[in-house]
Design a binder for this molecule. Structure first.
Ligand SMILES: [Zn+2]
Length: 266
């Protein structure tokens, strides 16, 4: 699933391409991805309207429009935005004033498009906790000190802290040398500080390289992101730890495959 770095990459790609362009036509090939309005209302709300601004909240994209409304896109598991698209295999295609097409693909149909009068009223966005970049180290330490939950599922809890999913939680915990099953409040001050630093460093590194293409994620151009080669534990079960050569283990934790080094991570 695209996490904060992937969605930030798409946001930055979109900013360069769509701002100032008008939607001339909307073709809906599968209405299931449109969540809060009818197909007719979506077409009516978007046709002839210009993209004004692109925002991101955690893993959610917000496209602000010249009519005051916003198109909110949650890519979930397999959602993709591709430009220039072909308007064929996609779920929804947006024909733009430059004569090209912005395709919204979603193989598994879990993704969500919402057309909203004000995205700030969207309950899902209101439910999100702060992103790591919005916190000070002291705030982060205080948040962890009140939690008995295991640290990895807690890092993935979007109401607690938003933007981190399964892949980056594993990478962050490896770099911070913390066992994913540790209760959050058992971490020392030093460990909490390391975790906070690594969370920001890993997310920034992944943004720098355009995200990780391990499943369906692609950049707006349709090309993969470049960060997967820097993964240290994710998807490396049985392979030697890059620090100590102990085989990387995979366990199920909170229902998600969790990769870690049993020697480096305490
Ligand atoms: Zn190791």
């Amino acid at each position: 699933m695209p996490e904060l770095p992937e969605v930030e990459t798409i946001k930055r790609d979109l900013e360069k391409i769509i701002i100032g362009k008008k939607i001339t036509e909307v073709c809906v090939h599968n209405p299931k991805v449109i969540r809060n309005v009818s197909v007719d209302a979506l077409k009516k709300g978007l046709t002839g309207v210009t993209f004004k601004n692109v925002l991101r909240r955690a893993k959610v994209l917000i496209l602000e429009l010249s009519n005051g409304k916003s198109l909110v896109i949650h890519l979930k598991m397999t959602g993709q935005l591709v430009y220039p698209g072909e308007g064929k295999i996609c779920r929804v295609s947006f024909h733009l004033s430059d004569g090209k097409i912005l395709d919204f693909n979603d193989q598994r149909l879990f993704a969500e498009l919402h057309l909203l009068d004000d995205w700030r009223d969207f309950k899902f966005i209101q439910s999100l906790g702060p992103e790591p970049f919005e916190l000070s180290v002291d705030e982060f330490k205080e948040m962890l000190s009140r939690k008995k939950a295991k640290i990895k599922p807690l890092l993935m809890d979007q109401a607690f802290i938003s933007g981190i999913g399964n892949l980056y939680a594993a990478e962050i915990l490896f770099r911070a040398k913390i066992d994913p099953e540790r209760p959050a409040q058992s971490l020392s001050d030093k460990e909490k500080e390391a975790l906070f630093k690594e969370a920001k460093d890993v997310l920034n590194g992944a943004i720098h390289y355009g995200g990780s293409s391990v499943d369906d994620y692609v950049r707006l151009s349709g090309k993969p992101g470049g960060y997967a080669v820097y993964h240290k534990v994710y998807g490396r079960e049985g392979k030697p730890c890059l620090v100590c050569k102990t085989p990387i283990k995979r366990i199920a934790l909170g229902g998600r495959g969790t990769y870690f080094c049993p020697k480096c991570q305490k």
